[in-house]
Write a protein that binds this ligand. Structure first.
Ligand code: HEM
Length: 125
């Protein structure tokens, strides 16, 4: 595992695409999360695809196409409390169980996303 990126261990582009496709319907169906997102979710899905690709060690698609990730700053316009961070992670947990990832990788991926999710909390409301 030392020299291989999480991205390739996960199964590369196809798996990241599947995760994003499994994840957003859950986000849009979640009462705590859906009000934050636009009706047309496709651009968000595309950016998430690019971001997760580079976050897990694949090509730097997000930086190339969008710019510096600055993810906490990009989330500041949205009220993110602990409940929403947990809801986001729960949707991701469910998405990861839907795609063909080993339990070990699921746990690793979720752990890597937990840090940013809690870091994006910007209100206690
Ligand atoms: C903590 C709970 C989170 C909430 C409530 C949340 C919510 C949102 C919202 C509302 C948007 C903007 C949608 C729009 O364009 O109108 C967004 C964009 C995005 N989020 Fe999150 N998010 C969370 C956590 C995360 C995490 C943990 C990551 C990845 C580490 C992430 C990655 C992204 C990306 C890549 C975008 C697109 C940014 C762009 O516009 O370029 N989010 N998120």
């Amino acid at each position: 595992m030392a020299n291989e990126s999480t991205y390739s261990l996960m199964g590369g582009a196809e798996t990241i695409r599947n995760i994003v496709q499994a994840f957003y319907p859950k986000v849009l169906a979640h009462p705590d999360l859906s009000p934050l997102f636009p009706t047309d979710i496709n651009p968000v899905m595309e950016k998430q695809y690019m971001f997760l690709t580079q976050f897990f060690g694949g090509p730097d698609l997000y930086t190339t196409e969008v710019g510096h990730p600055m993810m906490r700053a990009r989330h500041l316009p949205f009220e993110i409390n602990e409940t929403r961070a947990q809801a986001w992670l729960q949707c991701m947990r469910e998405a990861l169980t839907e795609v063909d990832l080993s339990e070990e990788l699921q746990a690793f991926v979720l752990e890597r996303l937990s840090g940013p999710a809690y870091h994006f909390i910007n209100t206690s409301e």
